[in-house]
Design a protein around this ligand. Structure first.
Ligand code: SAM
Ligand code: SF4
Length: 334
């Protein structure tokens, strides 16, 4: 189905929980978010019911996110039932990877199509600074586990922040020897507006993708490597969405750039979001939400269908460079 601006909407991001085993400084306060009550969180059967209705408006792809989706009890069963749901063509997940060594095999067997693993730095100390409580080995082992389980593609999501001074070339080089698809994502000023969230980061910390590409190429050449080349269609990882992809000649993986701020892709936006407490969110940057949990509990699946129609209608044309949202990223799902 199309939204009010003629865009085909076929992708639903489902946040399974607002809880997480990390406390990333740009996503969550150190003490964690104010935990939602048991009854506020959608039950697994309710998520399944909402997904079933979503297929009626044309949702074909589902991404499970959070908080950390792998800390949600019942996640493997949910993957399995989504896999068997007519209309759903693929199921992906965004995770910090920590629980993948235990869970990658059963997730693959249950029918998870692909995983994105978040990793913002390759420096162990900086990793602890960003995640507050995490160890880099846990995420690196998660990446190994995803590859061993046979997920394809395995994407690495790295949020770029100028004042973090990340080694962008080292990240890009992860794509050379293993089939890893590294994607640089511009930091998004979501939550209590930038700086005020405790990071001290502001708009000046957004590294526009064009500049990033130039930095990587200059450093690559300085190390005697070739420059990144635009990827030909045959090598683009599945589910490539709004990223622009490049590759080092002969590399097994690719390097993508997602530029929500410097190159709006709002005109191609194909997604809706469902929060863990059952609110349909037409746009990441807008606080307008539709209470699909109340609709389901009071009116059943027909009432949910009406919520989806309303969400399509309310989807804004673009984010208009809005800074700050009432909810933090961990509560929206990224
Ligand atoms: N816990 C999972 C993870 O970290 O992959 C899934 C949820 S997390 C909210 C989803 C994605 O949002 C992660 O890749 C994270 O880096 C990204 N993210 C969180 N806050 C962000 C921000 N302010 N700007 C850009 N990306 C952000
Ligand atoms: Fe947790 Fe992901 Fe947010 Fe980090 S980015 S705190 S891993 S939800």
């Amino acid at each position: 189905m199309k939204d009010g601006h003629g865009r085909v909407i076929d992708y639903l991001r489902i946040s399974l929980t607002d809880r997480c085993n990390f406390r990333c400084i740009y996503c969550m306060p150190a003490e964690g978010v104010c935990m939602m009550g048991h009854d506020e969180i959608l039950r697994i059967e309710e998520i399944e019911a909402i997904a079933r209705v979503a297929t009626r408006i044309g949702i074909r792809s589902v991404r499970l996110t959070g908080g950390e989706p792998l800390v949600r009890k019942g996640v493997v069963g949910l993957v399995r039932s989504l896999r068997n749901m007519p209309g759903i063509e693929n199921i992906s997940m965004t995770t910090n990877g920590v629980l993948l060594p235990q869970m990658a095999g059963e997730l693959k067997e249950a029918g998870l199509s692909r995983v994105n693993i978040s990793l913002d730095t390759l420096d162990p100390e900086q990793f602890e600074f960003i995640t507050r409580v995490g160890k880099i080995e846990s995420t690196l082992k998660g990446i190994d586990a995803a590859l061993e389980a046979g997920f394809n593609p395995v994407k690495i999501n790295a949020v770029t922040v100028r004042s973090l001074n990340q080694d962008f070339l080292a990240f890009a080089k992860l794509s050379i020897d293993r089939p890893l698809h590294v994607r640089f994502i511009e930091y998004m000023p979501v939550g209590e507006s930038t700086g005020a969230d405790g990071t001290g980061w502001g708009k000046q910390d957004v590294v526009p993708s064009e500049e990033l590409l130039q930095i990587i190429n200059e450093r690559a050449v300085a190390q005697g490597l070739p420059e990144l080349q635009p990827t030909d269609g045959s090598h683009k990882p599945l589910g490539w969405g709004p990223a622009r992809y490049f590759e080092f000649p002969g590399a097994q993986g690719t390097v993508g750039f997602i530029s929500p701020l410097s190159r709006h892709f709002c005109s191609e936006c194909n997604r809706l979001r469902l929060t863990a407490d059952g609110k349909l969110r037409p746009c990441l940057f807008s606080d307008r939400e539709i209470d699909v949990r109340a609709a389901l509990r009071e009116g059943g699946e027909e009432a949910v269908y009406d919520c989806f129609l309303k969400a399509l209608d309310l989807k804004p044309d673009e984010h208009h460079d809005k800074v700050g949202t009432e909810r933090k990223m961990s509560q929206i799902g990224g």
